[in-house]
Design a protein around this ligand. Structure first.
Ligand SMILES: NC(=O)C1=CN([C@@H]2O[C@H](COP(=O)(O)OP(=O)(O)OC[C@H]3O[C@@H](n4cnc5c(N)ncnc54)[C@H](O)[C@@H]3O)[C@@H](O)[C@H]2O)C=CC1
Ligand SMILES: O=C(O)C(=O)COP(=O)(O)O
Length: 629
């Protein structure tokens, strides 16, 4: 089959701007009537692109409004590469490989298009566009009237004159592109809607393409077996920071967001057809949810804890789970320090009393941090950072951890939890949320703490027996507590909250905000989005918490086969047998296993019989098979 000739419009297709509007912004930057003129130009662009005003008339009227000169045009030319549409930027490889069968056809201006054409490897004689005419002072006086592109129906005329062989595929957003199809100069016309969507153009198009990936997929070029990114659906729950949405959309994926968490049944319903789920600490991704997820490839916890996800069930379904293990740790530490000071000075109750009109100035029971002993339970990313800051404030630090951890500064490791409880003036919990940690601190542990101790839990709610804590507070054994996490937390801000800790003296309750700072949320969004993109685009499982971690470079000039299987003998041998009997040339291969799962990544030469993919999908032990290129 002859591969088609691709003809691309420029404005609002290859680039996300309209040239004349961008030139208006530059040329009219100091003009007093700029707003009115720009509005007139935008209206003319729109009328031309929807076929209400003929193209040639609209072009000349817009130029007349502008008083353009060479420096304006150069200013736009200088930055045109930055204006390339997102799906064009990520498919530069397509242009480079098919440059001899690609044309740019535009009512815009050749010199503005030239830098992007060069970047895409498209030769100058494949750029068909208008030529600006300048006078001796460098002022634009018009366009070359002899060029058919300066007139109505110029595009079909120019294409016909090329005498192209084979199918011609026209891709564009505007009416002048639709005219190509209507005049019979293109075999297929894709209405390109990534930048702007025009119903009248879509109506006459053979298909709508929300990205270049869609066109390539439909045309069987390069994207023959790979999925267009905009068809990959991502659902982000729990008010995840917009930086994640921005990053994922920029990479071409379709992202939906919801503010709150969902219960199991609603989640099952919501993730039908969804490829990537983003959550925070409140959405439970149970085995039942994973069982019924028909498309799910990955789950990202935009937080640290992953105890809300059935990691094992996810691995069994080949669903990769990522988190952001460091991005909010500092925020938790700062809050723990602040809360400790507030508890030591009974500020919360004193403040509440003042709101009721009571002035209660007294030093009784108020203490400094300096010289007190802080007992940190769980000396991981958060606990160890807290250790350093607390020492900086003059506290003595002791800690207890199930694993061997390096003691920072002068911190002292305690062999047992009991030994820590016996010595600490302040006990702060920073253990992870594994199931075994349920009620790690209960009545027996409170009984072992020093009388008058202060207690903080910013880790997970189920780690503490809250009724026992309430009793210990009421009895006065514990002088104060700060609790940020609860066994039952409301799913949204609109849901009610109840706890036996409500109304108790010197108890600060906060709505799970340890990691809720603008800095942390933005950093998490960026980190977790990058992990997802690494996995989707490269197969990279760095920081994946339930599949073997493999760090991979971008696949280049090869197809990448990603095979997740149960860790059972012989799978790699079977896989390689299938590849070699199909005559595939292996360019590189990685294998990593853990006790449950194997992950094999094979880069192969691009030319092969796609039938082999079916064989790989059906290999015994296969959990999931995916390919990238
Ligand atoms: N309140 C909030 O908004 C936030 C809460 N968190 C929670 O804070 C906790 C700690 O986070 P990271 O320090 O990043 O975790 P991490 O995994 O780096 O550290 C946890 C440490 O606790 C130890 N550990 C686990 N169980 C233990 C036990 N029973 N006794 C003694 N040591 C035990 C582990 O060996 C590990 O060293 C997690 O539960 C996380 O979900 C994290 C961020 C924000
Ligand atoms: O990072 C964590 O583990 C947290 O507990 C923070 O949870 P959140 O993102 O605020 O629901």
């Amino acid at each position: 089959m002859t591969s088609p000739v691709f003809i691309f419009d420029f404005d609002s297709t290859l680039v996300r701007i309209e040239t004349l509007e961008a030139l208006a912004d530059i040329a009219l930057s100091d003009a007093p009537d700029a707003a009115a003129k720009k509005a007139e130009i935008a209206a003319l662009t729109d009328q031309a692109m929807t076929g209400q005003v003929d193209f040639g008339t609209a072009l000349r009227r817009r130029l007349d409004l502008l008083a353009l000169n060479r420096s304006h045009v150069e200013a736009l030319t200088d930055r045109i590469l930055d204006e390339a549409s997102a799906s064009i930027r990520r498919n530069v490889d397509f242009f480079e490989r098919h440059a001899e069968r690609v044309y740019i056809l535009s009512g815009g201006f050749r010199e503005v298009i030239a830098p992007l054409a060069a970047r895409l490897g498209i030769a100058a004689d494949h750029v068909l566009a208008n030529d600006l005419i300048y006078d001796a002072e460098g002022r634009v006086t018009g366009v070359d009237d002899a060029n058919p592109l300066s007139r109505e129906n110029g595009k079909p005329e120019v294409i016909k004159a090329l005498n192209l062989t084979g199918p011609v595929v026209m891709v564009g957003d505007g009416w002048t592109d639709a005219e190509v199809k209507l005049a019979g100069a293109a075999s297929r016309f894709y209405a390109f809607t990534e930048v702007v969507s025009r119903p009248k153009v879509i109506e006459v198009a053979d298909a709508t393409a929300a990205s270049l990936d869609e066109v390539l997929f439909a045309e069987g070029v390069a994207g023959r077996w790979s999925y267009p990114r905009n068809r990959i659906r991502m659902l982000l729950l729990e008010n995840i920071h917009p930086a994640a949405v921005e990053r994922l959309e920029e990479a071409g994926y379709s992202v939906e967001t919801m503010k709150g968490a969902l219960d199991e049944d609603d989640l099952i319903e919501a993730i039908k057809g969804v490829h990537v789920l983003g959550i925070r600490s409140k959405t439970n991704v149970s085995a039942r949810v994973l069982e019924q997820a028909d498309r799910l490839l990955a789950v990202a916890a935009f937080c640290i804890g992953t105890n809300q996800i059935d990691l094992e069930a996810a691995a069994e379904h080949g669903v990769a789970v990522f988190n952001a293990p460091y991005s909010n740790t500092r925020s938790v530490v700062e809050l723990a320090i602040g809360l400790t000071i507030v508890l030591m000075r009974d500020v919360a109750d004193k403040s509440a009393a003042m709101h009721q009109g009571q002035w209660n100035k007294s030093a009784t029971g108020s203490r400094e941090l300096r010289g007190k002993t802080l007992g940190i339970v769980g000396y991981g990313a958060i606990g160890s950072q807290l250790s350093v800051l607390a020492e900086g404030l003059g506290m003595r630090v002791i800690f207890h951890d199930l694993s061997e951890r390096l003691a920072l500064g002068n911190a002292r490791r305690m062999r047992s939890l009991d030994a820590l409880l016996a010595e600490a003036d302040v006990v702060s919990l920073h253990v992870d949320g594994r199931k075994d940690n349920a009620d790690v601190i209960g009545a027996a542990q409170f009984a072992k703490m020093k009388p008058g101790v202060l207690f903080l839990n910013l880790s997970r709610g189920h780690v503490v027996d809250v009724d026992a804590l309430a009793e210990a507070l009421k009895s006065g054994r514990i002088a104060g507590a700060a609790v940020d996490v609860f066994p039952e937390e409301p799913r949204t801000n609109a849901d009610p909250f109840a706890s036996p800790l409500q109304g108790l003296k010197n108890v600060i309750l906060s709505p799970h905000i340890g990691g809720s700072t603008e800095e942390a949320q933005e950093a998490i969004a960026e980190f977790a989005a990058e992990r997802l993109l690494g996995y989707l685009n490269r197969g990279d499982t760095t920081f994946c918490v339930n599949l073997p971690n493999v760090q991979l470079a971008e696949v280049s000039r090869a197809h990448r086969l990603l095979h997740i299987h149960r860790n059972q003998p012989g799978v790699l041998a079977e896989l390689n047998r299938a590849l070699s009997s199909a005559g595939l040339n292996i360019l590189g291969q990685h294998l990593k296993t853990d006790e449950r799962t194997g992950y094999v990544i094979t880069d192969v030469d691009r030319d092969y019989d796609p039938e082999v993919l079916k064989v790989l999908r059906d290999l015994p032990g296969t959990v999931r098979f995916r390919m990238l290129h």
